[in-house]
Structures are given as C-alpha cells and as structure tokens.
Design a protein around this ligand. Structure first.
Ligand code: SF4
Ligand code: SF4
Length: 338
C-alpha cells in the first residue's frame, strides 16, 4: 500500500502549513524563469518544474544577509543579532538539490557551525519530488544520488497519474505529514529516467596527480570570470563579510562570493595568491573533486544538477572536465608525464 495525495490535496496541505505560520518556498515562475521563492499561495507553485535556473541554496544561505548590527547609544554598546524565528518548508527539491543541501550542511554545520545557517536549516523541512523527466545536462547518478533517492529529505513525493505517492523520509517528515490526510492505494511507481554515467570514481586521486597539468591553463583561457557557475551552483558556498558604518552603528553583512572573481584572493598590498586564470579555474574544480572529499572524508562536492553547464556563457562543461581528467590521467599519470 502507498499513501496517495491528489494534486488538489497536495496544494491544500501546503496551504494549511502556510496558514499555520510556515514559510513555504518552492519553484515558481518569475517573469517566465523557474526560481525558488516564498509563495503567497500553493497555487503559485510550478509543480512540473525541472531543475530550476538557480538552486534552492538561497533559501538557507541568502545571497546577502545582515548578520548583526552594533550600535553605540547613550554610552552603551547594543548588539542586535539577526535571527530567523519561524518555521519553513522547502518544497519541490529534486534529489540532486537535496544532496546539494547536504553538501552545504557538511561545512556549515561542522563545529564551529555557522549560526545563521544552522538556525534556518533546523527550522526548515525538506519536501522532495522524484524526477520522472530530467534535463539533458543532468548526471546525478555519477555522484552520490539518483532521480528517486529520498536520502537527505524529510518527505518524498513521486508523481503518478492524478497526484503523488507520498512517503516520510524522517521523523520530521512524518510529523509534517500529520495534516496531509493521504489515501491508501496500491500504486506502481514509475521507472526513474536513465542518465549518462561519468567516470567519477577515483577522481580525487586523479586530480591530485594532474594538479600541475597544463590542462587548467588551456581550459581557463576562455573563462570570462562572470561567476555565474558559482552563483547557480547548489554546492558553492564561498562568501564575503563586510561591515557598513552609518552614524553610530555598524552593520555586518554576509554575501555570496565566487572563487572565479577577480580579486577574490587579492591581499592587502595588491599581491594575488591565485592570480593566474589557470589557478582560478583549477580552484573551482579542485574544491569539488579534491579538497572537499579530502577535508570532510566524504563525497565529491557536486550534485550532478548540470546548472553550471547550462549557465556558462563560454560552454565550460564540468562533465567534459571529468571525462578529460580520466583520459589525461590514463594517458599520462602512469608514465609520469605532465
Ligand atoms: S558544479 Fe555544476 S553540476 Fe555540480 S552541483 Fe554545481 S552547478 Fe551542479
Ligand atoms: S560561468 Fe563559465 S565563464 Fe563564467 S566564471 Fe564560470 S567558468 Fe568562467
């Protein structure tokens, strides 16, 4: 037996959660572009959205956020920390984006945790949608997930004729479903789509061996440092902190940054520790395929969502890079060539 929610029952459940005080964030069309936004009504949700243009990371790690404001007043110093006190539901995450959230949890929740991220994350339930269609650039089965994988989610929905099969994937999800009133039905689940398989096994070791290869310079020549790849990516989490003074107060703001940006590693005095295009380009992929798995003794820091492939204006394609590393590795690492 499966638990089934019709499309109407699903929207009524989400509206009930919203009316109960939860912020519901979901894919919605903004001037024709599919983006994650807080929705004023469940009817605004684009239920048929494939992977969105930008990722849902901005719901947990906003593009720009006040961390605190310090104010000097009447001889005293007042510190006001910006907190998130509500409850939120992040709806419609495909398994790649659930993996993306997990890959942000790893650094942000490691002690000492990022307080702002932890607060939002603990107060947010993740409701996923398994994929029955994929985009041509998707490659999630080459990393650590698949189109119907409920790992890292609280609730998983699978589209079937007339509605969704719904399953709790955590205690938080079971509690969230208490108000959903699903029907019991015998329903076959659709077969997940088949995806291209890339040679990702052994990537950290291959990367280390090809660290100084001329490949990075050749690839970097065409990068225009627009930063789009980092901004659309669910697993890129570089940020900058700036203090803005106004009168007697100072506001500290955390904002997204990109390792591809000019000046990202420029020091006082002007020296840039990663000044060449090759070093910048290598950094983005080294973070995903070498430093992250080494630092956290775990997975590659890529969810296989394909967003950077679609967004890059000069067609730098992470799938080609994975394949190239394998090819160059096989032809040169063994012989010690560079
Ligand atoms: S590197 Fe590209 S494919 Fe991988 S998670 Fe980021 S945007 Fe998606
Ligand atoms: S999207 Fe492409 S051109 Fe822009 S910074 Fe990334 S790799 Fe370079």
């Amino acid at each position: 037996m499966s638990r089934f929610l019709s499309r109407e029952a699903l929207l009524a459940w989400l509206d009930g959660l919203r009316e109960g005080g939860a912020v519901v964030m979901a894919p919605t069309l903004v001037e024709g572009v599919s983006l994650y936004r807080q929705v004023p009504s469940a009817g605004e949700i684009n239920l048929d959205a494939l992977v969105t243009v930008t990722s849902p990371k901005e719901c947990l790690f906003p593009t720009s956020r006040t961390v605190f404001i310090v104010e000097r007043k009447d001889g005293k110093v007042d510190l006001r920390v910006n907190t998130f006190d509500g409850q939120a539901v992040l709806f419609g995450l495909h398994p790649c984006d659930a993996l993306g959230v997990h890959l942000m949890d790893v650094p942000f929740l490691a002690e000492p945790a990022d307080g702002g991220y932890r607060e939002r994350r603990e107060r947010t339930a993740l409701v996923g949608l398994s994929c029955i269609r994929c985009r041509p650039e998707c490659f999630c089965t080459s990393v650590s997930t698949s189109p119907n994988d409920p790992t890292h989610l609280d609730v998983m929905l699978t589209p079937v004729e007339g509605g969704y099969v719904v399953a709790a994937a955590s205690d938080k999800g079971e509690a969230l479903l208490a108000s959903a009133k699903p029907e019991e039905r015998v329903l076959p689940l659709p077969e997940p789509p088949e995806l291209e398989k890339l040679p990702t096994e052994d990537l950290p070791r291959l990367f280390r061996a090809l660290y100084d290869d001329g490949y990075w310079g050749r690839l970097a020549d065409r990068c225009i440092h627009c930063n789009v790849c980092s901004y659309v990516c669910p697993t890129c989490y570089c940020f900058d902190m700036r203090d803005y003074s106004k009168g007697n107060s100072v506001e500290r703001v955390q904002s997204w940054e990109s390792c591809q940006a000019a000046g990202f590693t420029r020091l006082a005095g002007g020296h840039d520790t990663r000044g060449s295009k090759a070093a910048k380009m290598r950094q983005r992929f080294a973070h995903k395929f070498l430093y992250f798995p080494e630092a956290f003794d775990g997975p590659l820091s890529c969810s296989g969502c394909g967003r950077c492939v679609r967004a890059c204006p000069v067609n730098i394609d992470i799938r080609e890079i994975i394949t190239d590393l394998k090819k160059i590795g096989v032809s040169s690492v063994g012989s010690g060539e560079k």
